[in-house]
Design a binder for this molecule. Structure first.
Ligand code: PMP
Length: 439
């Protein structure tokens, strides 16, 4: 079993950097070699060694309708067979933008791009261009892509190396980032109103925007404390700082209008990625009209041959419609499946004696932590209380029981339109069996 995947992984490690295409799939997050996949359908993945898995990772949340949803496939095939991309105007980009804008009232204009990293880079440029200020405030454990200025304190570190929570200097997460690129990025703990108030008092008038995930989805799933996002929004408004909400993961997973809807926020800039393209590289930066119009946007600030790629836009539109027709019936299914799998896992965990695990969730998103703590409330809690290596081993072990979860628990799991309650039952039985014999 797995012999062909093993062979491929040995070949891969010779020719591919980190044996994969993203650090989140690389050697660092694997206990052993990965199964090499060749086919997927609905909520099931099939590897080249003949094994199948119920997929709860779903391309890190990029597949809210599941694999090969018929409407998405049809739209993509139709687009491909009539010319994959024109780099020119197409009606579907308007349809998709209109659909998105209906979901979040505070945003009025959209620019499509490919990856959420690019969307985030555009958001930062837009904020700086509009406000004439340079500083960006971000939070520990929040990930906004791998651009130089934002790759600070995104990955867990030993708690003793984190420094004082008031320091505001992030930890640079990669070599090759020049000091100049990060000197305007301030980093503070999230979910900490006192830290917020301190930084706004000191630097509020120098900050162009605050970048935040509405729910942390890159240190597992961590919810905002009651009133935290409201306070953040109020401080932004009183200091003329733009609120940039990164919905790359939460968009179309926690509520039709993402965290903006769930927490009643009026963000100035929002970015989307992942779920927007339903398996195709599609992302977007959206903002209030005067912010987009108040810059040279479109004439000199942001380009891209493949922006708004025709296949991705058409597939994304079909997928979005599948989720939102009939009063968001598809979306409600997604959430009810997410809630059911979380309830089932919690039930198994509560009856289990050997390992202490908690499951944190929001809408369709969930994650497991091996920890004795009752709650992981921020990045520092994760660094201090979570056994992340044990999770890596567990995710690997789960694959032997036919379950594919995110390989590392800084990342997230999600439900899709394709999962049924039968898949949930099968998952919970396999989960219980896997946990029973996990060392
Ligand atoms: N923002 C958030 C909140 C993300 O989770 C991610 C990806 N994990 C990104 C931005 C970057 O997305 P991409 O991988 O599409 O560049």
């Amino acid at each position: 079993m797995c012999h062909y995947s093993k062979e491929l992984s040995e070949r891969a490690s010779k020719v591919l950097f980190d044996a994969g295409d993203s650090t989140s799939r690389g050697l660092d997050v694997l206990n052993t070699f990965p199964p090499y996949l060749e086919r997927a359908e609905g909520c099931r993945l099939f590897d080249i060694d003949g094994e199948s898995y119920i997929d709860w990772m779903n391309a890190f949340g990029a597949l809210p309708t599941g694999h090969a949803h018929p409407a998405v496939v049809e739209a993509a095939m139709q687009a491909m067979s009539t010319g994959a991309h024109y780099a020119a105007a197409i009606p579907q980009e308007i349809d998709l933008a209109e659909l998105m804008l209906k979901l979040v009232p505070s945003i009025e204009k959209v620019r499509f791009t490919h990856s959420a990293t690019e969307a985030s880079m555009a958001a930062i440029r837009l904020a700086r261009g509009y406000t004439g200020r340079n500083k960006i405030l971000k939070f520990e454990g929040h990930y906004h892509g791998w651009s130089d200025s934002m790759l600070l304190t995104t990955k867990p570190q030993p708690i003793t190396t984190l420094g004082h929570p008031n320091s505001r200097d992030g930890i640079v997460d990669s070599s090759g980032i020049p000091q100049g690129a990060i000197e305007d990025t301030l980093v503070i703990p999230w979910n900490d109103i006192a830290a917020l108030e301190r930084i706004f008092k000191d630097k509020g008038r120098e900050i162009a925007c605050v970048a935040t995930e509405g729910i942390m989805a890159n240190i597992g799933i961590i919810l905002p404390a009651d009133g935290y996002l409201d306070r953040l929004q109020a401080l932004c408004q009183s200091h003329d700082v733009l609120l940039y909400l990164d919905e790359s993961v939460t968009g179309f997973h926690v509520a039709p209008g993402g965290c903006a809807e769930l927490y009643g926020l009026d963000p100035d800039i929002v970015t989307y990625g992942k779920a927007l393209g339903h398996g195709f590289p599609l992302a977007a930066t959206a903002a209030r009209k005067e912010i987009m119009d108040g810059t040279d946007w479109g004439t000199g600030m942001h380009f891209g041959t493949f922006n708004g790629h025709r296949v991705g836009v058409c597939a994304g539109l079909a997928g979005m419609r599948a989720l939102h027709v009939d009063d968001n019936a598809g979306f409600k299914h997604l959430v009810s499946i997410g809630e059911a799998v979380v309830a089932g896992m919690r039930d198994v965990i509560a009856r289990h004696k050997k390992h202490t695990i908690i499951c944190q969730s929001a809408g369709s998103l969930f994650q497991l932590y091996f920890t004795d703590a009752p709650l992981i409330g921020d990045y520092r809690d994760y660094c201090q209380y979570v056994d992340s290596d044990k999770y890596i081993r567990f995710a690997d072990h789960l694959r032997n029981f036919g379950l594919y979860l995110s390989p590392r628990n800084t990342l997230h799991n999600s439900s899709t339109l394709a999962h049924t309650t039968k898949d949930v039952d099968q998952t919970i039985n396999a989960f219980a069996e896997a946990l029973r014999c996990f060392e």
